[in-house]
Design a protein around this ligand. Structure first.
Ligand code: PGA
Ligand code: ZN
Length: 431
């Protein structure tokens, strides 16, 4: 043993089970147990509006849960990964992740499953953090991590996440002018409840029904400008005009017709140029600060055009798929200004953190993101602080979302070093 070796987090066992995500679909939960008896546990969230370049989420495809079971991934953890990791140190995150990657040996993590691997990777991080007596954000982020993210609150839902006629997936608001994270949450929730009242007046009482992420789903609303108008009315009613900006996740790949090369937007076939024109118009009419996935996921050229045309944060979700090669291509081509960070798009903690470093070094901002099939596990909140990310999106209400906000409230309360990113959300370090 040399002076830096530490065996206080030696792995005794790794075991997985099937649990439920917030949609009642099965997902993987993993326990990493150390020789000292510490249990690090992590749940893996699941996407619905998935990008085609994401690592593979292993599903059983049999009769259980209409094919959505994850017992193959669970077995991969219990019978293949566990023997490999027994006796290794949970603190050696890179070793844990590399051993799994080597064993998987596929370009897209389809052998073991990215859901199996991420569960183990995060559970190892949890076990290590607890063995060191540190909260997860401090263990993963180190001594200097201190930025509380701006919540990107999904107030009105459409696309694949809700039964509405809206093409865009998330119509969000960002409380950038709040002084602290807890004030940002208070203001955000006041606006959310005011918005419910406003929507009910125009769209009837079913307007208060919510989608996968807790955002409203007003029947008959099909124009994103109506969503923005309602959001602005709620913000104004609360007296917060100067404190909020608007934001979007268009999730454009999901209303793009690859064969035709057009977007089916508000009932009409629309070209890329037509979409860009629409976005230019939106940005000049509304206090629009950020747009995620405004174009088809493989249209790097269109992204470059849009990034150069608009002074709006352009966030790559399906575009980047938290994949190092795609992020590097985006940086080289100036195709976006922010990375949407989703750990299970790549499959291990160390790879995801490497992608975040690559993004920072290339001048991209980072928005840490949930999946629409989130669980009550709160590692996402810790990762947002660990990365000094400046932005987190995790829906708005429903307990799997508020669990993340509640975790952040506790971090802010308990750590005198932290500071709310506020208007510096795109670069919390610019002085
Ligand atoms: P998901 O997508 O359903 O794949 O989690 C949410 C998003 O597009 O950001
Ligand atoms: Zn998205």
């Amino acid at each position: 043993m040399n002076e830096y070796e530490w065996d206080g987090a030696c792995i005794r066992d790794v075991c997985a089970r099937e649990v439920l995500d917030c949609r009642g679909e099965p997902t993987v939960e993993v326990d990493v147990i150390t020789e000292a008896g510490i249990i690090g546990r992590a749940d893996v969230p699941c996407g619905r509006s998935r990008g085609k370049h994401e690592a593979v989420e292993l599903r059983d495809g049999d009769d259980r849960y209409h094919g959505r079971g994850v017992m193959r991934a669970v077995r991969n953890v219990n019978t293949t990964i566990a023997p490999l990791l027994k006796g290794k140190n949970a603190s050696d995150q890179r070793t844990v992740d590399t051993l799994m990657r080597d064993l998987d040996d596929s370009p897209d993590k389809s052998s073991l499953g990215a859901n199996a691997m991420l569960g183990v990777s995060l559970a190892a991080a949890r076990a290590a953090a607890e063995s060191h007596g540190l909260p997860l954000y401090r263990y993963l982020g180190g001594a200097t991590a201190h930025i509380m993210p701006v919540p990107v609150l999904d107030m009105i839902e459409g696309g694949l996440l809700a039964s509405t006629d809206l093409d865009f997936q998330e119509h969000q608001v960002m409380p950038v002018g709040a002084p602290t994270f807890s004030e940002a949450i208070r203001m955000g929730m006041e606006v959310y409840h005011e918005l419910g009242t406003i929507l009910e007046r125009t769209y009837g009482n079913q307007a208060r029904n919510v989608g996968d992420e807790g955002g409203y789903t007003p029947p008959g609303m099909n124009d994103p400008r109506d969503a923005f108008d309602a959001e602005l009315a709620a913000i104004e009613e609360c007296g917060y005009e100067k404190e909020f900006v608007l934001s979007l996740d268009c999730a454009a790949s999901h209303f793009y017709d690859v064969d035709m090369g057009t977007y089916t937007f508000m009932g009409k076939a629309t070209t890329r140029e037509g979409m860009i024109e629409f976005y230019e118009d939106l940005a000049s009419t509304y206090p629009l600060a950020s747009m995620e996935d405004p174009l088809y996921e493989d249209d790097f050229e269109g992204y470059t055009m849009l990034t150069e045309a608009l002074d709006v944060q352009i966030v790559g979700d399906d575009l980047f798929a938290t994949n190092p090669r795609r992020v590097q291509e985006g940086i080289d081509r100036h195709a976006a200004t922010a990375l949407l960070f989703k750990a299970n798009q790549i499959g291990t903690v160390s790879e995801a953190f490497d992608v975040a470093s690559c993004a920072y070094r290339g001048g991209l901002a980072i928005q840490v993101s949930e999946r629409s099939g989130q669980t009550e596990d709160t590692w996402l909140a810790d990762i947002a602080v660990a990365l000094d990310a400046g932005q987190i999106k995790t829906g708005v209400t429903r307990s799997e979302r508020t669990a993340q906000y509640n975790r952040l409230l506790r971090i802010e309360e308990g750590d005198p070093l932290v500071r709310y990113a506020g208007r510096g959300y795109r670069n919390p370090f610019r002085f």
